[in-house]
Design a protein around this ligand. Structure first.
Ligand code: UD1
Ligand code: MG
Length: 458
């Protein structure tokens, strides 16, 4: 089997400067979802027809492992049938028993299982169609059946009369076509319709005329075949996609305070009895252990969070690893390269970047810790700033175990604070503090007696 994905359309109804199939569902371009599903069917080749914005589409997928993908350019978008005509010279499997499965780049939620059912439901030379009976058939092509209930044609909504528009069985666009007939049928397509386009759907009437068996498989889960033609449908497909992911999470034992207020834009693995509060966004690869608590309004991207850790409300985490029983936030920001040990505490308005922080260490308030390695059981006081940047280069700060850095201290990197060092509040430290030493680096306090406050001028 070879697969064709049609993705060349202009997407006029999207009213967008971007090619339609690059609009994202769950943070991934629609076309990427379809390509992934196509791959899961292990076809010999996947032909993706691009046209409008084709360069941009290929550029987007240049990093993806696409060795099975053959990009076909449709220079002018003259319809779905015309798009298929562009693929013809690239079809390898011309032997009789082969079929071509057609998928649409703008129908991203179809499942592998459904497609397997379709391609095995009938063998060439039959034609297999995936149809649906959605509550609202607006915009879809309608399936026309004869008195014997056999499919005889598909008529697009724009070409349908009032009576045909009442039909609620629709064409999902997904079909498996026997290669033996495809070449002949595509050659015979005409563009005598409202849009002056060559419709792939017209091959159905040809098949019926030739008495070629047509097997229509009707899918009950209409969500899978929702098409995205405008931004309403984009929003609607996004919501359905999110609910689908949330169901998987719930099944794995997670507690969600409101399944409608969690967005997953990537892959999430989650342990048991982990609780996720409302308005949380999980992006990229996120792994949450058992009994983790994620507070409201957190954004977590590419992170691993260990068992029993708490992420308090309003926290941003990206590219970070957090051990077990740690506490982060509220309103903390962990930037890429942060590695927190077990039982660490990162409090409000603390920012970390490229920071390795040992077990039991606390930075509870208002600090910046960038390019640091901090040992175990340290206390980083309120307002401690690490000056890692000299205006040209970044430098490292190394702090041993059991170090106390007093509030409002500035650590000018590169600098090292050895085990058990103690930095007095308000110090500016720019040379090494040896082990077990107190460093005081601030001007001495003077108390001036008899000082008069300035008096306000009249
Ligand atoms: C199409 C079907 C319709 C079906 C619906 C399901 C046809 C004629 N109509 O209508 O019966 O109910 O999908 O979602 O097939 N494309 C190209 N080149 C073109 C035109 C389109 O590659 O010249 C691609 C588009 O990028 C898109 C797909 O084909 O991925 C469908 O095109 P679109 O214009 O969205 O067709 P619909 O009006 O949705
Ligand atoms: Mg469409």
């Amino acid at each position: 089997m070879e697969i064709v994905i049609l993705a060349a359309g202009k997407g006029t109804r999207m009213r967008s400067d971007y090619p339609k199939v690059l609009h994202t569902i769950g943070g991934k371009p629609m076309l990427e979802h379809v390509i992934a599903t196509a791959y899961s069917l292990t076809p010999t080749q996947i032909h993706v027809v691009v046209g409008h914005g084709g360069d941009k589409i290929r550029e987007t997928f240049s990093d993806l492992d696409c060795e099975k993908i053959n990009w076909v350019v449709q220079h002018e978008q003259l319809g779905t049938g015309h798009a298929m005509q562009q693929v013809l010279p690239h079809i390898n499997s011309t032997s009789e028993g082969n079929q071509i499965l057609v998928l649409f780049g703008d129908v991203p939620l179809v499942r592998t299982q459904t497609l397997l059912q379709l391609v095995t439901s009938c063998k060439p030379p039959s034609l297999a169609l995936l149809t649906a009976r959605p509550a609202n058939p607006r915009g879809f092509g309608r399936i026309i059946r004869n008195k014997a209930d056999k499919v005889v044609s598909i008529i697009e909504e724009r070409d349908a009369n009032a009576e045909q528009r009442q039909i609620n069985e629709v064409n999902t666009g997904i079909m498996a076509i026997p290669v033996v007939h495809l070449i002949r049928w595509l050659k015979a397509l005409k563009n005598y319709n409202n849009q002056r386009e060559f419709y792939l759907t017209d091959i159905v009437a040809m098949a019926a005329t030739e008495q070629c068996p047509i097997n229509a498989l009707t899918i009950t889960d209409e969500i899978q075949v929702m098409g995205v033609n405008d931004k309403h449908q984009l929003a609607s497909v996004e919501r359905h996609f999110q609910l689908r992911q949330v169901e998987t999470l719930l099944e794995s034992g997670v507690i969600l305070r409101d399944p409608a207020r969690l967005d997953i834009r990537g892959e999430v693995i989650c342990g048991k009895d982990t609780v996720i509060d409302c308005n949380v966004v999980l992006e990229g690869k996120v792994s949450l252990g058992n009994t983790v608590e994620i507070g409201a309004n957190c954004i977590i991207k590419d992170a691993v969070i260990g068992d029993g850790s708490k992420v308090l409300p309003g926290t941003h985490i990206e590219g970070s690893t957090i051990g077990n029983k740690a506490s982060v936030g509220p309103m903390a920001r962990l930037r890429p390269g942060t590695k927190l040990g077990d039982e660490t505490k990162i409090g409000n308005f603390v920012e970390t970047k490229n920071a390795e922080i040992g077990k039991g260490t606390k930075a509870n308030h208002l600090a910046y810790l960038g390019d640091v390695k901090i040992g175990e059981n340290c206390n980083i006081g309120a307002g401690v700033i690490v000056c890692n940047y000299d205006g040209a280069n970044k430098h490292k700060t190394i702090i041993g175990n059991n170090v106390f850095v007093g509030s409002n201290s500035v650590l000018v990197a590169p600098v090292e604070l050895k085990d058990n060092a103690f930095v007095a509040a308000g110090s500016t430290i720019n040379t090494q503090v040896p082990a077990d030493h107190l460093a005081v680096a601030r001007s001495k306090q003077r108390n001036i007696a008899g000082w008069k406050r300035p008096i306000k001028k009249q």
